[in-house]
Design a protein around this ligand. Structure first.
Ligand code: ATP
Length: 478
């Protein structure tokens, strides 16, 4: 994780961070409403592993789908694939992960005995109100051991014999699947360089200091794309993807730009394979943190796999006749981190008629429910037609039907989970064949005929999208 530093900011005045206790509030809302919670909770949980409940699962699917749609489906020059989590272990030797995918680990020899990532010490001290460059343990001030390298890859064995010849790894990134399959995709698709290969799926890292809820976990989901281009054009593509990925968060997820920035890596911070790297960072309650990394990986990976496998991974340009190993620009994001970011960014509390209202101002295409259908009361004469209406809307929107509790409490629940629109079926609806659409942010209500309801909801959602993107661009606290 890249921590607070202020090299480059795309937004002008210093933004206000979310309140420092927001993460705690979200964790409790997340559990109560079914967004996310500790894995294996009935056994006391397990450190840095999480499950996603019914609503969290919907949000994650929405995030993934929006990424897939804009990165793969809406483009001519990107192919999507899915590769296996366990690969030939030679892949990880060639890529440098076996020798070098490690973080520096230090142990506290004082009273708390905690274990830290050496490069995270300044931020961990700052988070506990200590001077970032103070000596000793961030927690108790005790002495620290010298850093030693700790490899983050999880090991396992293939087959029944647990010896080194059967040793394999759970992938720590999805990227290597795309490099190893470069030739197969090239020959089986009609792509020519420049083009990209994308995939999304689980990755595993035995993180030394996981934390901040789902920000840093040991099992997480990545969305990565390797964009292969001719050497010499790589700076252009790096700039292109850097801008495109920033745009995506603002325009397509509605994350406010005032809490986002692009931070270029200093030369001494660059990974050994990278010519340039930029992080899309978000201002979390615990400070600036990496949301996505964009790197110019040069021809490092393809060259390494060509050398190790003996398979020719060069590309012959059919027009120029030039043969070369393509350079690669990689935008790499994490679904879990994006979900946390979306929830933090959307969370709002306000006072309505003397009562506290929690409202998630989520983008309508990310929210777990787009349209809630609520009969005014539990009376059969209302619940029957309201259920029918919800069934009618189901093919067109992400819907939910709810008849429990008072209508006021049901509105509050929908606000808390970010539902942009609620349709209320009341006693008048039986006579005038109209329903009320209530909108989340301003709580305004309009009466519309049941007959044209799909169209009216579509128009309302379109206005919502526009408002969300305008808020995200303008960065108003909303
Ligand atoms: P860090 O420096 O924070 O350890 P990184 O720079 O090694 O992370 P990348 O390898 O660039 O991270 O991974 C790309 C993206 O995958 C990150 O921007 C993040 O969104 C996600 N990611 C990486 N590690 C984790 C993790 N342990 N838990 C959740 N998401 C992660």
């Amino acid at each position: 994780m890249s921590t607070a530093s202020d090299t480059l900011s795309e937004s002008t005045p210093a933004p206000a961070p979310p309140p420092s206790d927001l993460l705690d509030r979200l964790v409790s809302l997340g559990k109560q409403r079914g967004f996310f919670y500790q894995s294996s909770e009935i056994y006391g949980g397990i450190n840095a592993l999480y499950d996603y409940g019914p609503l969290g699962t919907r949000v994650r699917r929405n995030i993934r789908n929006r990424w897939w749609r804009s990165t793969v489906e809406l483009r001519d020059d990107v192919e999507g694939i899915e590769t296996s989590i366990i690969m030939n272990p030679q892949v990880w030797v060639a890529s440098g992960h076996v020798a070098g995918f490690s973080d520096p680990l230090v142990d506290c020899t004082g009273s708390c005995r905690r274990r830290w990532r050496a490069d995270h010490l300044p931020a961990e001290r700052a988070a506990r109100g200590r001077a970032p460059d103070a000596p000793g343990c961030p927690e108790c001030g005790g002495d620290l051991t010298e850093p030693r390298q700790f490899n983050l890859m999880f090991r396992t064995f293939l087959g029944p014999v647990e010896d080194t010849s059967a040793q394999a790894y759970l992938r720590p990134e999805t990227a290597q699947g795309m490099f190893v399959d470069f030739k197969s995709v090239l020959t089986s698709s009609r792509q020519r360089v420049p083009f990209g290969i994308a995939q999304n799926g689980k990755s595993f890292r035995n993180e030394i200091s996981p934390g901040n809820s789902i920000f840093r976990t040991r099992e997480f989901e990545q969305m990565e794309m390797e964009f292969f281009c001719e050497p010499g054009t790589d700076d252009h593509w790096f700039d292109y993807w850097r801008a495109e990925r920033f745009r995506w968060y603002v325009e397509e997820l509605g994350v406010r730009s005032s809490r986002l920035r692009l931070r270029d890596h200093e030369p001494d911070e660059l990974a050994h394979y990278a010519k340039a790297a930029t992080d899309v960072e978000y201002l979390y309650p615990f400070g600036w943190g990496e949301l996505e990394g964009i790197a110019n990986r040069t021809d490092f990976d393809l060259t390494a796999h060509q050398t190790a496998s003996g398979v020719d991974l060069t590309y012959l340009d059919p027009v120029s006749g030039r043969r070369y190993i393509p350079y690669v620009v990689e935008p790499a994001a994490g679904v879990d981190r994006i979900m946390l970011t979306v929830l933090i960014d959307a969370y709002d509390e306000e006072e309505v008629r003397g009562e506290r209202r929690v409202v998630m101002r989520m983008h309508p295409d990310v929210a777990p429910v787009q349209v809630a259908v609520l009969p005014l009361s539990k009376k059969e004469e209302l619940t029957g037609p309201a259920r029918e209406l919800e069934h009618r809307l189901r093919p067109h929107f992400a819907t939910e039907y709810d008849e429990t509790q008072s209508i006021g409490r049901r509105y509050r629940r929908q606000d808390e989970i970010g539902t942009p629109l609620a349709v209320t079926f009341d006693f008048d609806s039986l006579e005038d064949h109209a329903v009320t659409i209530r909108e989340r942010d301003g709580m305004t209500q309009v009466r519309v005929p049941v007959e044209g309801l799909e169209g009216a909801l579509r128009d309302e959602l379109a206005r919502f999208r526009e408002r969300t993107a305008a808020r995200a661009r303008g960065g108003s606290a909303g």
